[in-house]
Design a protein around this ligand. Structure first.
Ligand code: HEC
Ligand code: HEC
Length: 191
């Protein structure tokens, strides 16, 4: 392009070419140069956060708090919604309780199936199960994952968890941006 504008030697052509070059460069340069580790790092910080892992737990019960201790009151996973006699939604309503103590969400508070358990896994392992349609609820593309995170109220809850609970340090919008950059690069998982 510089070659072309040099031949023509028209300032307006040259600036148009520079504009085109800049545009091309601003289109997600990170997706081309970054390693899978670098691309997944900001995502890893979110998916390994206790707000996610307390539901994406691996045992027969959810966990609670930043230390991910066993849920009190003998709450069990059951069919994901708790035991028939002690359902999650008996306590967890469609929004956080007024005092913030009991978490809640429109989506219906429940545990994901065990195939989506992430607690105890490394970031690379979470990436592998998260992108595996046999384990992730048959989500075939990284765009399907992004759509889930954009829509799902249980995901959003992690950034407004009530009381003095911590949230992932990456703001939600930047989490989505990081997912899009990772997705454009082919959603590679770290080794
Ligand atoms: C209240 C419990 C709860 C919390 C908190 C929660 N999830 Fe989930 N998550 C679920 C349930 C239930 C499903 C299964 C729903 C489905 O497949 O549509 C799920 C499924 C998913 C899936 C799709 C399946 C997969 O394994 O790829 C992703 C991605 C996900 N959650 C991300 C997150 C992230 C990121 C956070 C934290 C920011 C989070 N979730 C917090 C309950 C929770
Ligand atoms: C008897 C009432 C009750 C039932 C039933 C119940 N919970 Fe809870 N849950 C609570 C209370 C209260 C808290 C807040 C604990 C605290 O932080 O002090 C809580 C906290 C949690 C948290 C922790 C949030 C965090 O990140 O610290 C998760 C996850 C959770 N519940 C999941 C579930 C799931 C899944 C079910 C059903 C299988 C369920 N709960 C059933 C009362 C209940």
């Amino acid at each position: 392009m510089y070659f072309l504008s040099a031949i023509l030697d028209l300032p307006n052509v040259r600036s148009a070419c520079i504009a085109v070059t800049l545009l091309a460069c601003s289109w997600s340069p990170a997706a081309f140069s970054a390693t899978p580790e670098e691309l997944f790092k900001p995502i890893a910080g979110v998916v390994t956060h206790p707000r996610c892992l307390n539901c994406h737990a691996s045992g027969d019960f959810p966990t609670q708090g930043d230390k991910q201790v066993r849920h009190t009151q003998m709450v069990m996973r059951g069919d994901g919604h708790g035991l028939p006699t002690l359902r999650c939604v008996s306590c967890h309503q469609t929004s956080n309780s007024a005092d913030g103590r009991i978490p809640g969400a429109r989506e219906g508070w429940q545990m994901p199936p065990k195939s989506m358990a992430w607690a105890g896994l490394s970031a690379a392992q979470i990436c592998a199960v998260m992108t595996n349609p046999a384990k992730n609820g048959n989500r075939k593309t990284s765009q399907d994952l992004i759509d889930h995170m954009l829509k799902d109220d249980l995901v959003h809850w992690a950034w407004a968890p009530g009381l003095d609970r911590t949230s992932p340090s990456l703001p939600f919008d930047q989490f989505i941006d990081a997912l899009k950059t990772w997705s454009k690069a082919g959603a590679p998982c770290p080794k």
